[in-house]
Design a binder for this molecule. Structure first.
Ligand code: SPV
Ligand code: MG
Length: 535
């Protein structure tokens, strides 16, 4: 729904609604995240955050620039505090036009003289505008707007300037007749008497908005009873942020150290979250040249010994076994480097000190004997961003196998080897796969994972998963979310990657299959080893 329509419905609806003040793109986001349905673009807090007075010291276009950031940062409507409209009817017309262009949902103007003074300052500095002139401003605003749902609120400052109830009623009625969608009745008393006296006489001629800054002790239920349409919390998050900034600045000045403040402020990653860096990471994946490799990384899971290889793995993990003069790991790293992937993490456990290749980021899983693959993966995945290749440390493969994973844009891609021997008695990860929808143009090229089962070879299987997978930035987020949601469950400790893939498929995620015919060996036992020597 359009922001203008949202705001109009809030004002016209039967129940009491609320606006929370914001004064920057970030504060506006925070207000929306807190669940508010609308924002008050407060003149006091915007000028205050710019470090100037609430006396029209910031020009109207400077205020508009702030509002543009607020509007871009949010999906809920903003009612702009437009002070006096920054001049006469003509300035008001231009203001409304520019606000509509920036998707601001409405403006509130007050019946005072430019340059205004904040209503809680000197009573003598609150001269009221001529009623007819102010009505002309409202009419001019109504006549220029393109979207009929754009809201124009007329703010009555009669109580603020010390004129009393009759003047307040007279002005409110004149502004209503001039076309105002609602009346903002302001008061600086510490109780709501003026407001409630007005409401009793007004008899719901038009919706009424209030700003209970000074009568903060009045229960909200009283506002409901008096048929108030909208209450504006006009400056509270700004005041809260000032207090916090003062405390932190003083503390760091005094302590010359950050240690004690760290836990009382948000982590930097909270800023990134509010800025929605996640969206950019995914967009980079989509739009930046994928050939640079700078956004790619690899995780190699190499924590187990490989007992079946006996003496060969007595002093080294199986990933370090040399075949034709090079270790399995070294070959994998070379292939990754040739695909410009330099950021390589190796999750290591058994004899991890023997993994001595240069430029690897070794991540320890010292519980490798009691934990499954997902625990190892979770240790590496936290610091990972962008596109990632995940490999088991015991797989020998031809270089092109990486290319076919990386060239497939799907978010989760696994390699499936369709060549396996039925006669051999061994257990491995066997794959059920199904083609994409029948109406696909290329059904043969579009196989998706149904499930992976740890089993002996059988005719019902499409192929064998050798432990090679690629995730796009979005795929990585899916995996990270899975880990976050599951890692506190006891069964997570023993979970393998195939279990995660099966669960992701069950929950509707697509796992794309890229098929190879041989061209890889996982070195699990002596038989594999003899094959690998020829590889
Ligand atoms: C504002 O928030 O700037 C207002 C309300 O206009 S008040 O400060 O109460 O005048
Ligand atoms: Mg103001």
């Amino acid at each position: 729904m359009k922001k203008t329509t949202q705001l109009k419905q809030m004002i016209l609806g039967p129940q009491l609604e609320f606006l929370m003040e914001a004064h920057s793109g970030m504060s506006a986001k925070i207000v929306e995240e807190a669940g508010f349905k609308g924002i008050w673009g407060s003149g006091l807090s915007i000028s205050g955050s710019l470090g100037v007075r609430d006396n029209n010291e910031a020009s109207w276009t400077q205020v508009l620039d702030v509002l543009e950031f607020m509007s871009d940062a949010t999906t809920i409507p903003i009612l702009m505090d437009g002070d006096t409209g920054y001049g006469n009817f003509n300035n008001m017309r231009r203001l409304v036009k520019k606000l509509e262009q920036r998707d601001v949902a409405g403006v509130c103007i007050e019946d005072k003289i430019f340059p205004k003074t904040n209503s809680f300052l000197r009573e003598g500095a609150q001269p009221l505008a001529n009623i007819d002139e102010f009505c002309g401003k409202i009419k001019a605003g109504k006549d220029i707007l393109k979207d009929d749902d754009f809201v124009i609120v007329a703010r009555v400052e009669a109580f603020i300037a010390g004129w009393g109830l009759n003047e307040a009623l007279k002005r409110a009625e004149a502004y209503r007749l001039a076309g105002a969608d609602a009346i903002l009745m302001h008061s600086k008393l510490s109780n709501a008497c003026e407001i409630f006296d007005f409401m009793n006489e007004w008899k719901n001629r038009a919706p009424v908005i209030i700003v209970p800054t000074k009568y903060y002790t009045t229960p909200t239920e009283e506002f409901r009873k008096h048929n108030i349409s909208l209450a504006v919390w006009a400056n509270q998050i700004f005041r809260g942020s000032i207090q916090k900034m003062q405390e932190i600045a003083r503390q760091i000045k005094q302590e010359q150290n950050l240690l004690n403040v760290e836990d009382s402020i948000v982590p930097v990653k909270e800023i990134f979250r509010l800025q929605d860096d996640k969206e950019l990471a995914i967009a980079e994946e989509q739009y930046l040249s994928p050939k640079t490799g700078s956004q790619r990384c690899a995780i190699i899971l190499a924590s187990t010994r490989g007992e079946q290889l006996g003496k060969l793995t007595e002093s080294i993990p199986k990933t370090m076994i040399k075949i034709g003069g090079k270790s399995i790991l070294e070959r994998a790293v070379e292939h990754l480097n040739e695909h410009h992937i330099k950021n390589i993490m190796v999750v290591a456990g058994y004899k991890r000190e023997t993994i001595d290749l240069p430029n690897l980021n070794i991540i320890a899983n010292d519980d490798y004997e009691t934990t499954g693959e997902m625990v190892s993966l979770s240790k590496a995945v936290d610091t990972t961003q962008g596109e990632v290749v995940i490999l088991f440390g015991d797989v020998l493969f031809k270089k092109y196998v990486l290319s076919i994973m990386l060239d497939d844009p799907s978010d989760i891609v696994i390699i499936v080897d369709t060549v396996f021997t039925l006669e051999k008695q061994y257990k491995s990860d066997f794959v059920y796969a199904s083609p994409l929808e029948n109406n696909s143009l290329f059904p043969k090229d579009n196989y998706y994972l149904e499930k992976i089962i740890y089993d002996e070879p059988g005719t019902e299987y499409y192929g064998e998963w050798p432990g090679m997978m690629k995730l796009t930035a979005k795929g990585l987020e899916i995996v990270k979310t899975f880990i976050q949601e599951n890692q506190n469950r006891p069964e997570f400790q023993k979970l393998d990657i195939r279990d995660m893939l099966n669960q992701l498929v069950k929950h509707g995620h697509r796992v794309k299959i890229q098929t190879i015919a041989g061209h890889r060996i996982d070195v699990n036992n002596i038989d594999d080893f003899s094959l690998a020597v020829e590889f």
